[in-house]
Every structure is written in structure tokens, then in C-alpha cells.
Design a binder for this molecule. Structure first.
Ligand SMILES: [Zn+2]
Length: 295
């Protein structure tokens, strides 16, 4: 029963996450593999599902400087349950004629199953780009104490790698991946067609990845946003996951404003699977328009 192992592992990683970020998951539904493929210019893109977390609306995660009732009002207006907030954990696969690139690796949930469902093997991934070193983005790098993607170079910003190495709770992961990590300064091309973009506040070296092929673009904005409802309705509200909250709030408002104007397609790893779509301005805030079709 692979399911038992996966669940045990997921709970272990989740425990790390709880200890690290100071929050608890109310429920841990079964993690089901899912994959959604589409074209972006010459690239084949696949959104890969890893996990689904249901968090309590208890004032400890979302809207820290506001009441659960205010958060519930936003959820209600969006037609969602008001006592919990559901976040997906997803990753993005980008296949070009030269590379098979995975952006983030989930918490170690259903990602490997999702990759198989999409028709790819883990040993075919030759590049892994990390947005930041939280366990729900780097947890899938290691499987049973070994590299989960044995032939991949693992890239992250140099600031983020320093931050990860200083985090004792990531020691087991850091030890396994250390010889395979290459760092970069944000702002340049990391693999052909993919450029890193500094998006500050969530962690010290958090970046997004801009994917371009011909005239088409897709911007993986990492954890600039978390809930497709709360992060867009109230981007200026503090969330417990952000390391530097004022900086993260400023970055969130600025990034969303830019994206609403540019009408650029994005991938948000915690938005409802597959997390692909557009940000639109709506009054003094924003709204989410899912769109995962090939253009
Ligand atoms: Zn995250």
C-alpha cells in the first residue's frame, strides 16, 4: 500500500511545516494525483497536483490583523465554506526541446503519481527550479532519504540557499541535495526560456519564474499569494506564512497591480488546481480568472 507510506511521509513533512511555520492543519484529506497539460508556444507545460490542505479559519493564518468573521465574510461572498480555507499545493513541469524542468516539488504528496499520470519519469527531469525553501516546495526533492529526481540540477537563489542551510528543520533535505544545488542571483535566465524574478517578503530569497516561448508567457509567482479568495480580495492583509509581512504585503499589491494591467497568465502553486489563469482588477482589489487552455 503505497498510500500508507505516502500519508505517513506527508504527515511527517507536515509536522515539520507545522513546527516551522507555527500553524496546524485541521484536516489532511487523501492526496490524489492529477495533471493538467497545455501548450505555451513551443513548450509543453503540465500543472502537477501534490496536496490539498484545509486550514481552519481561526485568525492564526489569514487576516492576522483582522477577525475570523471578516475572513468568513470574504469566503462567504466567494461561495466558499467559511470555517476553513483550502489551499492546493501544486508544481509546474516545463518541457522544451532541450530540458525537462520542474518548478517546485510540493510537500512530498501525490507529485510523483501526478508526474507518472502526465507520462513523465522522475529520472528524466534534468532541471529543478525552486521558488523558496518552505517544506511545501522542497519536500518532494527527497524520497526515502534519496534524491527524488536523481538526474536534476537543483537551482534556487543564493539568498534562499543560505536561508535553507541555516534552517535546522530542513537539515535532512539539505544534506541530500547539497551537492546538486546551483545558486543564482535573481533577474537572469536560469534555463533557456525561463527567467527568475525577485519577489520579496515571503522568504529572504523568494523568486518567481517567468516562462517565455515566442509571444507566449506564463509567470509562476510562487507564494506571492496563497488563497485565491483572501489574497486577492485583501492583498494588504497579513498572512502568517510570510516571513517579512510588510515587505510581502507590499510585493503582493505591487505584483497583482502589474499583473492585472499586463493581463499576463500566471501559475500560483496554492490556488485551486491547476492554478493557471489571470489576475483582474475589481474596484480596489483583485479577482481570479482560471484559464488553463492552450492558446
Ligand atoms: Zn507554499
Amino acid at each position: 500500500m503505497a498510500d500508507f507510506k505516502t500519508t505517513a511521509r506527508l504527515l511527517a513533512v507536515t509536522a515539520v511545516m507545522v513546527a516551522h511555520q507555527g500553524f496546524a492543519f485541521a484536516q489532511m484529506p487523501q492526496q490524489q494525483p492529477d495533471a493538467k497539460a497545455f501548450k505555451l508556444g513551443k513548450f509543453d507545460i503540465v500543472a502537477l497536483h501534490d496536496a490539498q490542505f484545509v486550514q481552519p479559519n481561526d485568525g492564526k493564518i489569514f487576516g492576522l490583523d483582522h477577525s475570523p468573521t471578516e475572513v468568513a465574510d470574504l469566503l462567504k461572498a466567494a461561495g466558499a465554506p467559511t470555517d476553513t480555507v483550502t489551499l492546493s499545493v501544486d508544481a509546474l513541469l516545463v518541457k522544451s526541446d532541450r530540458h525537462l524542468v520542474l518548478i517546485d516539488t510540493g510537500v512530498g504528496g501525490a507529485l510523483q503519481g501526478s508526474l507518472a499520470k502526465a507520462g513523465y519519469r522522475a529520472d528524466a527531469v534534468d532541471e529543478i527550479l525552486i521558488t523558496h525553501s518552505h517544506p511545501d516546495h522542497v519536500g518532494g526533492l527527497v524520497l526515502n532519504g534519496k534524491l527524488a529526481f536523481p538526474n536534476a540540477t537543483i537551482r534556487m537563489s543564493e539568498t534562499e540557499w543560505s536561508y535553507a542551510k541555516a534552517n535546522e528543520k530542513l537539515a535532512d533535505i539539505v544534506k541530500v541535495i547539497a551537492d546538486h544545488v546551483k545558486t543564482f542571483k535573481p533577474g537572469g535566465e536560469v534555463v533557456p526560456g525561463i527567467t527568475s524574478v525577485a519577489l520579496s517578503g515571503h522568504t529572504p530569497g523568494h523568486v518567481g519564474y517567468q516562462i517565455k516561448s515566442g509571444k507566449e508567457r506564463l509567470f509562476d509567482i510562487g507564494d506571492t499569494v496563497h488563497s485565491s479568495i483572501i489574497s486577492l480580495a485583501k492583498p494588504e492583509w497579513a498572512i502568517s506564512f510570510d516571513g517579512d509581512k510588510p515587505e510581502a504585503e507590499q510585493n503582493r499589491v505591487k505584483t497583482l497591480t502589474t499583473l492585472a494591467k499586463s493581463h499576463e497568465r500566471i501559475f500560483a502553486p496554492h490556488f485551486p488546481f491547476p492554478g493557471v489563469g489571470y489576475i483582474a482588477a475589481e474596484g480596489d482589489h483583485f479577482k481570479w480568472t482560471p484559464n488553463d487552455k492552450s492558446e
